[in-house]
Write a protein that binds this ligand. Structure first.
Ligand SMILES: [Zn+2]
Length: 274
């Protein structure tokens, strides 16, 4: 068996609403949504899926979905792009959910200068609020960082120095230097479909994937987004079992077996989240 723990899948979003039971069945049996015989000499077993919230309603849906399978857990937060719309009541909902037993992390939160829907000052204030919530609940934080490393790293550094904070950098996209900074801060780095992409612009990310210590490595799909190679632009929707392709790519980059990456990342995720 190849154990697969997907630390980031938005299964509460619209692309999954029509056939969620089919997706559940595939996860229970470790069945891929596509045929990949040449890669998989052994069957997959899903060992965990973390469902991150992107706003109050989504966090609530994720906490409800987490009851559906024994290896589901949820995270609660307001995604930086949606902070601009969040009401006081939404913050109250997220704070309450953060104390729920099936909610094992605070996420996804972070900073996004790519879309910039929410003014950056407001994103930073929300990130700090999520950090406080993670500290209060003693749960890890799940960080989204897009084109915002220069803002992100000092905030995390200060939080780690002053408070007891740990967490995951979700869909890590940085260069080796940023990877090392995150490692120094005690964070886990979660790799997604982007590390499987073949364009040269991803080569700094491949280098990052080579240098992360094995005990800080995680994998994810970011479903329904970011289908891994060779399905980029070909699959309408990504699914958690396809995290096996991320594990496969990490194995290739690090010169170890798929099984080794799969086992290590499952072990790391369980240690951090369960
Ligand atoms: Zn996400």
């Amino acid at each position: 068996m190849i154990p697969i723990f997907d630390t980031h899948a938005h299964l509460d979003l619209e692309p999954f609403s029509n056939d969620f039971d089919t997706v559940i069945q595939r996860l229970e049996s470790g069945t891929l949504p596509v045929v990949l015989d040449e890669l998989l000499e052994q069957p997959i077993e899903m060992t965990g899926v973390l469902l991150p919230g992107i706003d109050a309603q989504s966090s609530f849906r994720c906490a409800e979905l987490a009851k559906r399978l024994p290896f589901f857990r949820a995270a609660a937060a307001i995604h930086p792009n949606y902070v601009v719309n969040a009401t006081e009541n939404d913050w109250k909902t997220v704070t309450e959910l953060a104390h729920n037993d099936l909610v094992v992390a605070i996420g996804e939160t972070g900073l996004d200068r790519h879309w910039d829907y929410t003014p950056i000052e407001q994103q930073i204030a929300a990130l700090r609020q999520h950090i406080d919530l993670a500290v209060q609940t003693a749960k890890p934080i799940q960080i989204h960082c897009r084109d915002a490393w220069n803002d992100m790293l000092p905030i995390l550094r200060r939080a780690v120095q002053e408070k007891k904070l740990t967490g995951i950098i979700h869909a890590f996209s940085g260069e080796p230097e940023q990877a090392m900074e995150c490692i120094d801060l005690g964070f886990y780095l979660s790799f997604a479909g982007s590390v499987t992409y073949r364009n040269a612009k991803f080569s700094p990310l491949w280098e990052s994937a080579k240098i992360v210590p094995a005990d800080r490595l995680l994998i994810e799909t970011d479903s329904p987004y970011m289908p891994p190679h060779p399905f980029r632009g070909k699959l309408k929707r990504n699914e958690p079992t396809l995290a096996v392709l991320v594990a496969h790519r990490l194995a290739e980059l690090r010169g170890v077996t798929l099984k080794e990456i799969a086992e290590t990342t499952t072990q790391n995720a369980k240690q951090l989240l369960w």
